[in-house]
Design a protein around this ligand. Structure first.
Ligand SMILES: Nc1ccn([C@@H]2O[C@H](COP(=O)(O)O)[C@@H](O)[C@H]2O)c(=O)n1
Ligand SMILES: C[C@@]1(CO)OP(=O)(O)OP(=O)(O)OC[C@H]1O
Length: 161
């Protein structure tokens, strides 16, 4: 049985925080606001996995009211989500992600993001795609107010329903 999952997340830019995307700290004057490290790309990927598992979303699993997740490393959370998936018999077939950011330029960090997220999930780098786009200066992304990310995943479960 194969399940599809989709994830979407947005975080606003803020001063005084590092910009963490796909577990990689990207050189930037500003970072993203959030209870955790605000890794919007990892959050979209986690929600896609949870969606395919029909297991709610990251806000349910890691509430932003819980001090345990203050400043949390999203790669640790991603490992935990994939661990839950494995416990339920799911294997990751494939994942693909898109980050919409007007700036900074993300292409130089794309491969590192793929590798870092693949490692956190315990899968091969070939199973994780990361792409970046601007929004041609349109909307909140285009005004450089924040970054959005989307992810789709396929999970496989033997003899599952
Ligand atoms: N933050 C970003 C956004 C885009 N890129 C790369 O530039 C290419 C062109 O972007 P468009 O929005 O004009 O299509 C895109 O395909 C990415 O490779 C980037 O590195 N960082
Ligand atoms: C990751 C979590 C962890 O508390 O916090 P945030 O960084 O606020 O991220 P968001 O995507 O807004 O919500 C999900 C939360 O689970």
């Amino acid at each position: 049985m194969t399940r599809i999952g989709h994830g979407f997340d947005v975080h606003a830019f803020t001063e005084g925080r590092p910009l963490v995307l796909g577990g990689v700290t990207v050189p930037s004057e500003r970072g993203l606001a959030g209870h955790s490290d605000a890794d919007v790309l990892a959050h979209a990927l986690m929600d896609a996995i949870l969606g395919a598992m029909r297991a709610g979303d990251i806000g349910q699993l890691f509430p932003d009211t819980d001090p345990a997740y203050e400043g949390a490393d999203s790669m640790v959370l991603l490992s935990r989500v994939m661990g839950l998936a494995r416990e339920q018999g799911f294997l990751l077939v494939d994942a693909d992600c898109t980050v919409a950011a007007q700036a900074p330029k993300l292409a130089p960090y794309r491969e590192q993001m793929r590798q870092t997220m693949a490692q956190a999930m315990g899968v091969d780098v070939s199973q994780v795609g990361v792409k970046a786009t601007t929004t041609e200066h349109l909307g909140f992304v285009g005004r450089e107010e924040g970054i959005a990310a989307w992810s789709v995943v396929l999970l496989d479960k033997e003899n599952g329903r």
